[in-house]
Design a protein around this ligand. Structure first.
Ligand SMILES: [Zn+2]
Length: 473
């Protein structure tokens, strides 16, 4: 054992993020060394070992966020899009503002989003980034990796992009011109060479991720991009079936359902995951399950945009791997994993209750309280996320797993009186005090603080940036 090991002692409760042992481990101590969990049980400190006293703390695996648009972190609550559904909102907020991001604003937005996530206990961030155009004066991909690196987070860049514009962008500046297919592929290949680590404990990954399969590229190109991504050993990601508009478009353009469409173009499988999947018929759920495709469930964004509630429980029963994504902050004013998992827990239950019918109308249940346990939600938000990203070293809290660990101290009155403190971080909502966040065995957050990050200063810069965005409007 190296002397650089860390011992977490006297933990009150451990949720493992795993399906075995009811999703719990007894502890009360966890030893971490060489980036891995070395032991769990009653452990005595080793000479020279750093001991972290976790008395009265609750331990979860660090969260894995599988869908985001970090540049939107300066577009929260934009009044022009606040009460609009998806398509109108896209035009009103993210598309309208995205050409105004220079390097400085973009870097600031990325930092805000990553800091917000880290302080919720998130250790891995997959960003579906689509701010690219020909002749772009800065390398937005490099900035995302730099910012995640500076904080010590795992980062998966889902390289978005489009070879054709939507009507939404028709009247917008030339900075939103689409890329050619060749340029798009060339940049994905460059990013893969520069950043992609295929290893199970990778800190950096690249994913092939055209912004939306129905609009961003021609159908033949969609198939070509799947083959190209796979030839580089990359996973595939996009948006799908977020609203009825997807159903309408697939039926109108291709006379099929959205899931049938992507299936016909090689975009289903265990190496593919989609954000949203709210509007699905039974055949689509079966197809997604049979192919082992994954979902990034984004309940807060789906709620904020009035899109609906994804049938997560039915998807999981069909064989879909479930993960949680916060989606961009332009449609989610709380883009952190605690708020998101709190919403997932409540909304799956609400959906179950919404579906309930009285017995005389054929109903068999009163409500949906069995739709999602806290352990389910923690599993979706941690090892489920690792599975869709292919980060096989992230196996939750178990011996041998990557040491990505969140330690919460439940010292706010909202948690006082809990019979089972383990459920507090997800069930009670609000942001618990993050005593430590470990990523790859290294402490990246201590007592709600990230080394090198001045939160007050970040707040001042954010307010200034919003003023400059509005002034340019
Ligand atoms: Zn999205």
């Amino acid at each position: 054992m190296t002397t650089s090991s860390i011992l977490l002692t006297n933990i009150h409760d451990i949720l493992t993020g795993r399906a075995d042992n009811g999703g719990r481990a007894a502890g009360p101590d966890i030893r971490v060394a060489d980036g891995r969990i070395q032991a769990i049980g009653h452990l005595a400190p080793l000479p020279g070992e750093r001991v972290l006293d976790a008395t009265d703390c609750v331990v979860y695996p660090a969260w894995v966020n599988t869908h985001h648009h970090l540049f939107q972190s300066l577009l929260k609550g934009d009044p022009s899009g606040l009460n609009l559904s998806l398509t109108d909102w896209l035009a009103a907020t993210p598309y309208r503002y995205r050409a105004r991001f220079d390097e400085k604003l973009f870097r600031l937005a990325a930092r805000i989003g990553l800091v917000e996530l880290a302080l919720s206990g998130c250790g891995t961030v997959a960003d579906h980034h689509y701010l690219y155009y020909p002749g772009m004066p800065y390398d937005s991909s490099a900035i995302l990796f730099e910012e995640a690196d500076a904080l010590g987070l795992r980062f998966v860049l889902c390289r978005g992009g489009a070879t054709q514009t939507r009507q939404l962008e028709a009247e917008l500046p030339s900075a939103l011109r689409p890329e050619s297919l060749a340029d798009y592929q060339e940049d994905v290949a460059r990013l893969a060479r520069q950043y992609h680590d295929a290893g199970p404990a990778a800190m950096r990954r690249i994913v092939m991720a055209p912004t939306t399969p129905l609009y961003s590229v021609q159908p033949a190109e969609l198939r070509e991009l799947a083959a190209f991504g796979r030839s580089l050993g990359l996973r595939l990601h996009s948006h799908l079936s977020e609203t009825v508009e997807y159903q309408q478009a697939a039926r109108g353009k291709f006379n099929c359902s959205p899931v049938e469409f992507v299936g016909e173009h090689d975009w289903l499988g265990p190496d593919v995951w989609y954000a949203h999947l709210v509007k699905l018929d039974a055949h689509e759920i079966a197809l997604l399950g049979q192919t082992g495709t994954g979902i990034a469930h984004c309940p807060q964004s789906n709620g904020r945009l009035g899109s609906g509630i994804a049938p997560v429980r039915q998807l999981e029963a069909a064989g879909v791997t479930v993960s949680i994504g916060v989606d961009g902050a332009a449609s989610n004013e709380a883009a952190d994993m605690i708020s998101e998992t709190h919403a997932a827990w409540l909304m799956q239950r609400a959906r179950g209750g919404q579906d309930a019918l009285p017995g005389y109308a054929g109903g068999t249940q009163e409500g949906g309280a069995d739709a999602a346990s806290i352990e389910d939600v923690v599993r979706w938000g941690t090892t489920g996320g690792a599975r869709v990203l292919g980060l096989d070293g992230l196996q939750g809290i178990t011996v041998g797993a990557c040491a990505d660990i969140a330690v919460y101290s439940l010292d706010d009155p909202r948690y006082f009186g809990l019979h089972d403190p383990a459920i507090g971080p997800v069930a009670s909502g609000g942001r618990p005090h993050l005593k430590w966040l470990l990523v790859d065995g290294r402490i990246v957050v201590e007592d709600d603080r990230l080394p090198g990050v001045d939160i007050r200063q970040l707040g001042r810069e954010a307010r200034e940036a919003v003023r400059s965005l509005l002034a340019a409007a």
